[in-house]
Design a protein. Structure first.
Length: 463
């Protein structure tokens, strides 16, 4: 019987020719079923080698391509080059067939693919295999028409073998909750027995490169032109700003636009639980911007965690001019950020809240876990200048900045003094300017060398 083993050199060869030769040899066998089984095992061997190569040498590409199918040509090119250089082939399959099948086996998420490619969908929520939901155009809706799993095992296989394997994480009964960032998506998995649904709970939040121009910001009614000019002032004046609102209210998108008002060359450290803003890409080094992005790391061993508090402390040794932090949830992270602002670093961060007054009270209560309430108020008043509130209005599907409030100081009883500067009139559905800015804000604008003509009108009562 002819020796079927083909010895190969290390140089590039014609894979199509080799595969044809191999296929011809196999076809001479009387037992066709044995040939099919052999082809399958050959393919699995090649696929596993390619998978290891991609995970070791192109891990970022793997993660990006899993949720961004626009990277498919680059992935296919990388796989093809590897197959040619390493002379990997499968009997009876062309190189194109091998590349396509590897793409499907490693990168296709089956029922999730269409939802991931739909830019109108920003969140995918799988509540067990039989209850899929999506957030589409800002609204949650059942998605059984778009996403269908065969059974619980089908969902579990996609989560474990594709999604979690791509980032080197695992889930089990002992470790039933996993958070990960994969490419431009944030992934949360809740496994059994914590999940009481028919299978795991999978949540995928997409971070598409949503950016608004100044014109779009105004055309969408996010703020009035007068508010927009004031927002530019507080950014360029070096104000510390808390942006409040619920999930999906547009806080991050507004922050991304505001970041463009920061002076080029100003060193800005961006710290997030999950890197979402991507300001270093939106405002690149090549154009003179100086954004540094850092992401927290959460491990199974808490002693190895890198949290916001630690990154804030580290950032102070990186000579920043300004700090931008993603959402703050924990009191220790908040205290570290507020103390950084106290010593002169303009600070931006986001928190969940319903109104500026409610959010100010919540921040004060978190700080009060480390000190007396009056001291917490004083610390907050000296560290934070502005609270902006944003909301998604379901009635007309618009996102609006509905409050811009200045923290002026504390009164004789140690209570915070809040000065509403802009508000949204809910009854008449329009933006209104409420009160003049304080002397404290004037001094900040003067220190930033902003011409008085730019802020003079905000010194006068509205009318």
């Amino acid at each position: 019987m002819q020796n079927e083993k083909i010895l190969l050199n290390r140089g590039r060869v014609n894979l199509q020719q080799l595969q044809s030769q191999q296929a011809a040899t196999k076809s001479s066998r009387p037992d066709e079923e044995q040939s099919v089984e052999h082809t399958s095992s050959d393919y699995e061997l090649v696929r596993n080698e390619v998978r290891n190569f991609l995970m070791n040498e192109h891990n970022k590409l793997v993660q990006d391509a899993l949720f961004n199918k626009k990277r498919k040509p680059e992935v296919e090119r990388t796989i093809r080059n590897y197959l040619q250089i390493e002379r990997k082939f499968v009997a009876g399959m062309s190189i194109d067939d091998v590349v396509l099948r590897i793409w499907k086996d490693i990168f296709s998420l089956g029922p999730l693919d269409d939802a991931l490619e739909d830019n109108s969908i920003t969140e995918i929520m799988i509540n067990g295999y039989d209850q899929p939901w999506v957030k589409q155009n800002g609204k949650d809706r059942p998605a059984g028409d778009l996403i269908q799993f065969d059974n619980q095992k089908h969902l579990e296989t996609i989560i474990v073998t594709k999604i979690l394997n791509s980032c080197g994480k695992s889930v089990s009964d002992k470790n039933p909750i996993v958070d990960a960032r994969i490419g431009e998506c944030r992934v949360n998995v809740v496994w059994q027995p914590i999940s009481q649904m028919k299978g795991p709970i999978l949540t995928i939040r997409k971070f598409p490169p949503i950016t608004l121009t100044e014109t779009e910001f105004l055309e969408k009614g996010t703020a009035s032109p007068e508010m927009f000019e004031f927002i530019k002032l507080i950014v360029q004046g070096g104000c510390s700003i808390c942006m409040g609102g619920s999930t999906g209210s547009g806080k991050t998108t507004t922050f991304k636009l505001m970041a463009g008002f920061i002076k080029k060359g100003e060193r800005v450290v961006v710290i997030e639980d999950t890197a979402e803003m991507r300001l270093e890409k939106l405002y690149p080094y090549e154009e003179g911007y100086h954004f540094i992005s850092e992401e927290c790391r959460i491990m199974e061993d808490e002693s190895l965690d890198i949290v916001i508090q630690k990154l804030v402390v580290t950032s102070l040794r990186q000579t920043p001019k300004r700090l931008i932090i993603g959402e703050i949830r924990k009191e220790k992270d908040l205290l570290a950020a507020i103390e950084a602002a106290l010593i002169g670093h303009p600070l931006w961060f986001t928190m969940h809240g319903l109104s500026a007054s409610e959010l100010a009270e919540r921040i004060s209560m978190l700080l009060a876990r480390f000190m007396a309430k009056q001291d917490a108020n004083r610390l907050l008043s000296k560290s934070l200048n502005i609270i902006m509130m944003q909301k998604h209005f379901a009635e007309d599907d618009r996102r609006r900045v509905f409050e811009i409030v200045e923290i002026v100081g504390v009164d004789k009883d140690g209570e915070l003094i809040l000065n509403p500067i802009f508000e949204y009139d809910w009854d008449h559905k329009k933006f209104v300017r409420s009160n003049p800015i304080s002397e404290r804000l004037v001094k900040m604008f003067q220190h930033a060398e902003i011409p008085r003509t730019r802020y003079e009108k905000y010194l006068q009562p509205a009318g």
